[in-house]
Design a protein around this ligand. Structure first.
Ligand code: URA
Length: 244
């Protein structure tokens, strides 16, 4: 691949900023300074240094975004702004959001180019738990907790899988954990019980928790530990179950 693309993919800057860096002579390939951004490198075999730093090639990249309301979870959209537009200075070719949050939902969204991991995380058979913080237009009751656990008829072929509802103070606020991802699932579940969701934010997906130091609209690369935990969850995810 081209040297400028390699460096942008490795998070060293935008395609145009890394071109400038290459022309300044701070990039070496196998010990020799290369000043041409279009220079072809073998990303797996060549030793590429940016200043003093050796750049490790990574086929897959993973970002956590704290999604703001007003953006759609898609790579492209003809009407709305997409979450991809929030990834400033990231080479977004080949990246996509893992699953969808509604346009008005905030919170944790994983963005990657790792299709196999995404597939596993979204597979209904894997029961990967997703936890949301919700604010409702009425006070929740213990009966609602039981109804979430028993499963609700939201108009799908089957009732919803057991879900955990943890009522907070005040009782118009709650954490909800579901292990499936039907369209508008949380809003539809509350709707069946007579509530309207006024605010919804995803705070975790399997082992991955939203980093609360990220303000809405901000993102960061996942740490090695977070990536490892997601990968091991991929193998063990079907162990996650709630209730019965
Ligand atoms: N459930 C919803 O209703 N909306 C979301 O964005 C995610 C889950």
């Amino acid at each position: 691949m081209r040297l400028d693309r390699f460096l942008a993919h490795a998070g060293k800057g935008t395609r145009s900023s890394v071109k400038g860096d290459i022309r300044k002579g701070i990039v070496t390939v196998n010990g020799a300074v290369v000043k041409k951004p279009e220079f072809q490198v073998d990303e797996e075999a060549d030793e590429i240094r940016f200043g003093d730093t050796k750049i490790q090639y990574r086929k897959f990249v993973y970002y956590m975004l704290n999604k703001p309301a007003g953006f759609v979870s898609a790579v492209k959209d003809s009407h709305d702004r997409t979450v991809m537009e929030l990834l400033d200075n990231v080479l977004t070719d080949g990246l996509f959001p893992v699953g969808r949050l509604d346009k008005d939902t905030e919170g944790l969204l994983l963005i990657t180019n790792d299709g196999a991991l995404a597939h596993e995380l979204l597979s209904p058979a894997k029961h990967v738990p997703k936890t949301y913080y919700a604010e409702l237009d009425g006070a929740l009751t213990e009966d609602d907790v039981n109804r979430f656990l028993e499963g609700l008829d939201i108009g799908e072929k089957r009732i919803t899988k057991p879900a955990r509802l943890e009522i907070l103070t005040p009782k118009t606020k709650a954490y909800v954990t579901v292990s499936e991802g039907k369209f508008h699932q949380i809003k539809r579940m509350f709707h069946v019980l007579g509530y309207k969701v006024l605010y919804l934010k995803r705070i975790s997906m399997g082992t991955l928790a939203l980093d609360f130091s990220l303000r809405t609209g901000e993102f960061r690369a996942l740490t090695e530990t977070e990536i490892e935990q997601l990968r091991s969850m991929k193998e063990n995810a079907s162990d996650y179950h709630y209730g019965k």
